[in-house]
Design a protein around this ligand. Structure first.
Ligand code: ADP
Ligand code: MG
Length: 389
């Protein structure tokens, strides 16, 4: 076990890193954040901030020498950096697992090749693959870049065969995957932790509503039959086991009519849909990340109170340059509503600035209060963020 006050290394310093750092500091670990952004939200709470590129040799040396264990908070931490660090210190999750999650073509192929349910897709490496993609995938479809897509970015809807060639050319022939656009009944996700001994603790299934490709609302537990929830947790746990995964990961699912489950994607880290665990579960996904990283026993993931989480995107900030924060009394007047702000100094439409989790013993009441908060803050009224789709 790696015990406090050891130093933990964190690649990436956004809001997920901030909440990891708060959980780690609460246990009296020291945290060194590596993030090129001088205004990194995590660095505010960290013991040290290496303000360089992720691959900078001086930062790599510092982390290898001073950190008892290293983790990541975003999937684009270069996998090769994690693999190199693993020669010198404990790294969870492994660079090999992160490499799969950061490339949609590897990810989707991994699901299919290992017997996990996945929707129809076709990998496009060059223009020569376009005709085969169109015969393998029915239209309408979604074209997604293999790498660096998030919150619906790097995605384009394909309605006509001609759209595909045009978008592929616009994207300069980047490696892509074409997916059938599926009629979704619901979207759900499972966040879990798996330790080095293979023990797994999954959190209750979350139900996710997206707007313009960005998570808007999470309802936990999901309003689905128990059998479907159990199936999602089993699939997520089986996938983590297959990957030999060590750390916290999230599995996003599509639910089709009739309750058919398909895996959409995985995230090798805590997930926006798991933010409700901070206020509504016995252990948060971030404390669990600290525990699994340090080889501590896993915490109890069970939920003590029904919860609804609402994301706060920068479009609800007001005035020129989005400088004026919303009136937080709309949140604070509800005793069961918990406001989390990420310390980002600049708001922009579509930028994740914070979230609110409403907890209530009555799930219908939690949802009603969350909807009231959403309306009072002007969420949904603000012009939708451009997402490239
Ligand atoms: N094949 C699809 N069919 C229907 N909706 C989709 C499909 N792919 C993505 N979406 C919608 O867009 C959202 C974001 O897509 P996703 O692949 O999860 O990318 P990101 O990395 O941006 O989260 C999904 O949660 C879903 O709402
Ligand atoms: Mg997603």
């Amino acid at each position: 076990m790696i015990l406090p006050p050891s130093t933990l290394g964190l690649l990436g310093g956004g809001q997920l890193g901030r909440m990891f750092t708060m959980a780690a500091r609460n246990l009296d670990y020291r945290v060194t954040v590596l993030d090129p952004d001088p205004l990194s939200p995590a660095a505010e709470f960290a013991s040290g901030h290496l303000n360089t590129a992720y691959t900078h040799p001086v930062s790599m040396e510092e982390i290898a020498k001073t950190c008892a264990a290293v983790t990541t908070e975003f999937e684009n931490a270069p996998a090769e950096v994690l693999i190199a660090l693993a020669e010198r210190t404990t790294v969870r999750p492994s660079g090999h697992a992160v490499a799969i999650a950061q490339d949609r073509t590897l990810e989707k192929s991994y699901f299919r090749d290992n017997g996990f349910p996945v929707g129809p897709f076709h990998v496009i490496r060059s223009a020569a693959d376009l005709p085969a993609a169109l015969s393998a995938v029915k239209l309408p479809a979604v074209l997604k870049t293999a790498r660096f897509g998030y919150d619906g970015k790097g995605q384009a809807r394909i309605d006509q065969p001609a759209d595909l060639a045009r978008v592929f050319e616009d994207w300069k022939g980047a490696l892509c995957v074409l997916e059938e656009f599926l009629p979704l009944d619901k979207e759900i996700s499972v966040v879990l932790a798996r330790d080095a001994a293979g023990r797994v603790a999954s959190f209750p299934v979350a139900e996710n509503q997206h707007v313009e490709g960005i998570l808007d609302t999470t309802i936990a537990p999901a309003r689905i039959p128990d059998a479907l929830a159990a199936e999602a947790r089993q699939l997520a746990e089986a996938l983590a086991a297959k990957l030999g995964y060590e750390g916290v990961m999230a599995v996003e699912f599509f639910v089709l009519a009739g309750g058919k489950l398909l895996i959409n994607e995985i995230a090798p880290r805590p997930h926006n849909s798991g933010h409700y665990t901070i206020d509504a579960c016995r252990t948060s996904q971030f404390e669990q990340q600290v525990r699994v990283l340090c080889g501590l026993p896993l915490g109890d993931p069970s939920q003590h109170t029904p919860a609804v989480m609402v994301n706060l995107l920068g479009g609800i900030w007001r005035g020129e340059g989005y400088k004026l924060a919303p009136d937080w009394s709309a949140v604070l007047k509800h005793p069961g509503a918990h406001l989390h702000l990420y310390g980002k100094r600049e708001a922009r439409p579509g930028r994740k600035m914070g979230h609110v989790t409403v907890c209530d013993a009555d799930p219908a009441r939690a949802l009603a209060i969350a909807q009231q908060v959403r309306a009072d803050l002007g969420i949904g009224r603000a012009a939708a963020a451009p997402t490239g789709r």
